[in-house]
Design a protein around this ligand. Structure first.
Ligand code: ZN
Length: 153
């Protein structure tokens, strides 16, 4: 395998409807750096950036399978409202951290009724085709320490 690189990119992410979901190009944000081969970013984006050099610009569409996966219906389920003890107002769109057998997990409220709150533990971008507009800002060799740690320093 080639020497892993640290790649720094500016990106804008839009969905199928053309709505901007995320961007590194807004004020106060830094470009994103990731270590190749360390699953720092989604597969579909990383593979499109293989072999790219500083200054390269590209548009990449990533299907759910190479992004945040398909929506798993089993992760959408009603829980009793009294599970939210101490929370006065519960509204769709709110996020909570839930304890699960797999560790802490962010869940989103999708529906609220008198008795139950329906929560969704899928990644917010699951099931979506993601459209990235990317510019490679910088590319350098990863240090040994970065490779050991699996992230950028
Ligand atoms: Zn480290």
């Amino acid at each position: 395998m080639a020497q892993p690189r640290v790649v720094t990119i500016h990106y804008t992410l839009t969905n199928d409807q053309g709505e901007e979901l995320d961007s590194s190009r807004v004020e106060g944000r830094e470009p994103l750096s990731y270590l190749e081969g360390a699953q720092n970013i989604i597969n579909g984006l990383e593979s499109a950036l293989n072999e790219k050099a500083a200054g390269d610009q590209l548009k990449v569409s990533v299907a759910p399978a190479d992004g945040y996966g398909e929506v798993n219906e089993e992760l959408i389920q009603p829980v009793p409202r009294n599970a939210f003890e101490g929370v006065d107002t519960i509204e769709p769109g709110m996020q909570f951290q839930a304890q699960t057998p797999g560790g802490p997990q962010i869940v989103r409220v999708v529906e609220v009724s008198e008795e139950t709150v329906t929560i969704d533990a899928n990644h917010p971008l699951a099931g979506q085709t993601l459209h990235f507009d990317v510019e490679v800002v910088e590319v350098r060799e990863a240090s040994e320490e970065e490779q050991e740690h699996g992230h950028v320093h």
